[in-house]
Design a protein around this ligand. Structure first.
Ligand SMILES: Cc1cc2nc3c(=O)[nH]c(=O)nc-3n(C[C@H](O)[C@H](O)[C@H](O)COP(=O)(O)O)c2cc1C
Length: 370
């Protein structure tokens, strides 16, 4: 399973794994793929610096990447406005009422209250780029738009290729015009922020639209070797997977000591129909696990979600309470439709071996069909 792109990165398999967990990212790189650490959760650049130092030391010298989130437009960015004051009282009342109705306990007296994800503000995302470039990332990826030209130039000066997610052909074309090296074609079924075109249609559409001007990674719905084979057959140079790593043994975020977290238990029991695309997580459409929390937001009395970044500021403390509440029926978590295949907690290396084996079997089967 080698492509020009995997050779370029010096990795064994063209399997790129996005994850917010450094433990999972390092394990993906050690297992022969390219682990890509999601940086959006790091409000403090020093914490990111420490985590990347850990990555440098725990990847056996293998390459890894980082992922930042710079939305094309955040209306309030750069203005001296008090974001909290822009959140309507009606929205706050709805959140409080819903948490009470769902039996989500309040935070303990000594808990530090969450302020919301700031990593998608340009100022914070730029600090992520600066911190990352002081380490040894093999790739910088960006969600929600092309990174600004000077960020692309800076990465290129350091010899680091730049990738960007695209949910539609016009996004892919724009990325290429801006100098992006790798387009991540992400279909509708993906977890997290996602567009409206399904992977089966989008992947070859983007491959055809951008030709040789950039490599394409196929994202959205990949969780088996057969799907990796399908991605390469549709013209991609590799796959980019996100959801599938959430139920790995190395994924410990949101978990109390020992055993799967309430989030993992909810994911293990979910089918491919148990997701919903909604603006309630960040203000932009994102695919989430369908739970009592997402259902409450789809009832007629629910207010419309606020634009980014206000919506996440509104719900950040609710997310913290939900996570501490540890109830698998009340979970706020991005995940894609591939959740239906995520039925066991397994080590990353075992998943990687299964992807490779499934790919080999699919290719053999296709060869026999010639
Ligand atoms: C929990 C979760 C968080 C995500 N956060 C980000 C993010 O911060 N930046 C990003 O580029 N993509 C993010 N994504 C999208 C992934 O990078 C990836 O494109 C997507 O998961 C691929 O589809 P799949 O979920 O079907 O594997 C996230 C996905 C999940 C499931």
């Amino acid at each position: 399973m080698q492509t020009d792109l995997s050779k370029k990165f010096g990795i064994e398999y063209p399997i790129f794994g996005f994850t917010p967990s450094e433990h999972v990212a390092a394990a993906i790189s050690r297992a022969g793929g390219l682990g890509v650490l999601g940086c959006v959760r790091f409000n403090d650049p020093e914490e990111l610096d420490a985590v990347l130092t850990w990555m440098d030391e725990n990847t056996d010298g293998k390459p890894y990447g980082v992922d930042i989130v710079m939305p094309a437009k955040v209306p309030t960015e750069g203005t001296a406005v008090d974001l909290d004051s822009l959140i309507p009282a009606e929205h706050r009342a709805f959140v409080d009422r819903t948490l009470t109705e769902l039996g989500v306990p309040p935070l303990g007296d000594d808990a530090e209250h969450a302020t919301g994800v700031l990593g998608w503000l340009h100022s914070v995302a730029r600090s992520h780029v600066d911190v990352a470039l002081a380490h040894r990332p093999a790739l910088i990826a960006n969600a929600l738009g092309s990174p600004p030209k000077d960020v692309i130039d800076l990465a290129h000066e350091k010899g680091v290729p730049v990738a960007a997610l695209a949910g539609a052909v016009e996004h892919a074309r724009r990325h290429v015009e801006n100098g992006v090296d790798i387009v991540i074609a992400q279909g509708y079924e993906a977890g997290g922020h996602t567009g409206e075109v399904a992977s089966m249609v989008l992947w070859p559409e983007i491959v055809d639209a951008i030709g040789d001007s950039a490599a394409v990674l196929a994202a959205g719905g990949v969780g088996s070797g057969r799907q990796v084979a399908a991605a390469l057959a549709l013209g991609a140079s590799g796959v980019w997977m996100g959801s599938y790593w959430l139920t790995t043994a190395e994924y410990k975020l949101g978990s109390a000591a020992g055993g799967p977290s309430s989030i993992q238990r909810a994911l293990l029991g979910a089918s491919s129909s148990d997701t919903v695309r909604s603006r309630i997580y960040s203000g932009k459409p994102a695919r989430l696990l369908k739970t009592k929390w997402t259902e409450a937001w789809s009832k007629p009395d629910a207010p419309s979600p606020l634009p980014m970044p206000l919506q996440n500021i509104l719900v950040s403390e609710a997310h913290q309470r939900i996570s501490a509440g540890n109830d698998p029926e009340v979970v706020a978590m991005p995940v894609g439709q591939i959740v239906g295949r995520m039925n066991e907690i397994r080590p990353v290396a075992e998943i990687m071996a299964e992807l490779v084996d499934g790919y080999d079997k699919a290719v053999e089967k296709l060869n026999r069909a010639r």
